[in-house]
Design a protein around this ligand. Sequence first.
Ligand SMILES: *Cc1c(COP(=O)(O)O)cnc(C)c1O
Length: 417
Amino acid sequence: MTLNEHGRPIEDVLADLESKRGNDVRWDEGRTFGLVFDGGPSVREVADQAASMFLHENALNTQAFPSLAQIQSEVVGWTSELLNGPETAAGFLTSGGTESILCAVKAARERGRIERGVTDPEIVIPTSGHAAFHKGAHLFGMTVRSVPVLDDWTADVAAMAEQVNENTVLVVGSAPQYPQGVLDPIAELAELAATVDANMHVDACMGGFVLPFVERAGVEIEPWDFRVEGVHSISADIHKLGYAPKGVSVILHRTKELRRYQTFVFDDWLGGMYATPNLQGTRSAVPMAAAWAVTQHLGVDGYVELTRPLLENAARMRAFVGAIDGIRVLGDPQFHLLAIASDRESSHPLDVFALGDAMRERDWFHDRQGPPDSLHLTVSNGNAGVIDEWGAALADAASQVRDTTATDRSTNYATLE
Ligand SMILES: *Cc1c(COP(=O)(O)O)cnc(C)c1O
């Protein structure tokens, strides 16, 4: 491959780019359950316009761009309020859930080292905890103690307690966890972390912009956010159910002192004093500005209005699954996530990977995951108009694959190409 010697006209270039998208999933028709979360036409428009306004700015130096310092501080402040953060809470915007989690892992390691003298830091996490915590351990030289979940897919606090020791710097719970969409017992996990003065991180990458609005819609949820005293940090993705375009998440710490453990300051470089809040250097302003615009445009009312039907739709989807012989929903998820697995109690258990392939033939896209083999669905506003169509397609696909087994058993969540 060689870059063309001579430049090409704008229209040609853009037409080529457009043609590359021919085989991409049709998220704008609500046919994906994950990856893209669509807040509707006006949310898209405000994001588009804010993104183009800030396309060229750089958040590396917020002294040069005070607008970006303000944008960051406002979005972080609003998120903290939604998650019942105390006055002292402080955080930063990051590029996504993974970066927020890496920052939390690094902060926990540093606090353990500086305050407790821990030299071989360990993380205790349920097997449902996101892979990004393992990535953090890999990057930052830490050990992970991964503990199987209970039959209902929530964290097994008693089993985790057996793995907590004087090297534990971080205990993880999720609100809700990604694979089956259930809420971990955060208060109990926070008590466990407190027994050795480890950090307690709540991964609300999925739930951070859903659960607060579920509560406002009148549904009671057991406390999981900063109302739980022992919670040190929370990650919440605006680029998921916050409906902002990709590249933006919030990492919050209970205090500025706790936040200081995540930052990096270096003063022995010919380029001068260098400080970064998160893992990036040069930092796009686009996701920050778009997130600011989307959250302002929606406001609390707007999010509650998007969340109410979301819960109804997820419940209807669970009912569709329940009505088909051979498959079932794993656990009892109450929010916007569900996993479809083979029903071993049925006389005709279905292969859900064959089912997923048959859905793909019908232009519906579901991520594969496991163990156990299952299809993962994140329901968002973008799917609102197609739930019945999806249910009919699922029933149709199920009857097609009654006696089929998929040969490809891979559960690649992402690619390395
Ligand atoms: C999506 C997700 C993450 C990782 O976020 P990215 O934005 O994909 O980096 C972490 N935890 C949970 C629970 C998630 O759903």
